[in-house]
Write a protein that binds this ligand. Structure first.
Ligand SMILES: [Zn+2]
Length: 189
C-alpha cells in the first residue's frame, strides 16, 4: 500500500479510471462513488474545503466541524496510543489491500454508522438495522452482531468468545490471531 498514492495513479494514459487497481484498493461502495464521476484530466491540483458543497469555507460549516470533532476527541484521549499502534499494524497484516484499508478506516472512525448519526440528531432509533437488538456501533456491526459472528465463525475466528469494551481491543486480538504463522492462508481474505 502506497500511502502517498495520488489520484492520477488511478487514471490510465487514455484518461479512464484503472478499474483493476480500484478493485485492489477500495471496497465496492467506494468504487461505485469514484466511478460515478469521470476523471478530470485537465484540472490542476487545488485546495478545497470538504465541508461545503461548493468547496469554499464559510463560518457555519467551520462551526459544524468543530462541534463534530469535539466528541470523538474526548472519547479517544486515552486510547490514542493503542489506536496508532493498531493503525501501524494494519498496513502489515497479510491480507488484501482493500481489507487493510477497511481495518484502517474502522480505526480512524471513518465508517459512519447509526451511533454517530444519532449523535448528530439525524435519526431517533439507533438500533442495529440487521438484528434490532444492539446499538449500531462499529463494534456491534463488525464483531458483536449475530450476522457478523456467523461470518467470523465461518472463518474459524471465534469472536463470540471475546468480550471487549472497544472495537480497538477486538482488532488488537484479531491481529494477534492473524499474526500467528499457523493462521491458514485461505482465511486471510
Ligand atoms: Zn446487529
Amino acid at each position: 500500500m502506497d500511502l502517498n498514492l495520488q489520484v492520477d495513479s488511478l487514471i490510465s494514459a487514455q484518461g479512464a479510471w484503472k478499474i483493476e487497481l480500484l478493485k485492489e484498493l477500495f471496497v465496492q461502495e467506494d468504487i461505485d462513488r469514484i466511478l460515478s464521476f469521470p476523471p478530470a484530466n485537465s484540472l490542476d491540483d487545488s485546495w478545497i474545503w470538504a465541508y461545503t458543497k461548493e468547496g469554499g469555507y464559510n463560518v457555519k460549516s467551520g462551526n459544524w466541524l468543530v462541534l463534530r470533532l469535539e466528541v470523538p476527541q474526548a472519547h479517544q484521549a486515552n486510547s490514542n496510543q493503542l489506536v496508532n499502534d493498531l493503525k501501524t499494524k494494519s498496513w502489515k497484516i497479510e491480507t488484501k489491500p482493500k481489507i487493510r484499508m477497511f481495518l484502517w478506516r474502522i480505526l480512524s472512525g471513518a465508517l459512519v454508522l447509526a451511533e454517530s448519526i444519532i449523535a448528530h440528531g439525524m435519526q431517533d432509533n439507533g438500533l442495529c438495522s440487521i438484528c434490532r437488538c444492539g446499538v449500531e456501533s462499529i463494534k456491534h456491526v463488525i464483531f458483536e452482531c449475530e450476522v457478523a459472528r456467523q461470518v467470523w465463525n465461518n472463518a474459524m475466528i471465534l469472536v463470540g468468545q471475546w468480550n471487549f469494551g472497544s472495537v480497538e481491543e477486538y482488532i488488537g486480538k484479531l491481529y494477534e490471531c492473524m499474526n500467528k504463522s499457523t493462521f491458514p492462508e485461505n482465511r486471510r481474505r
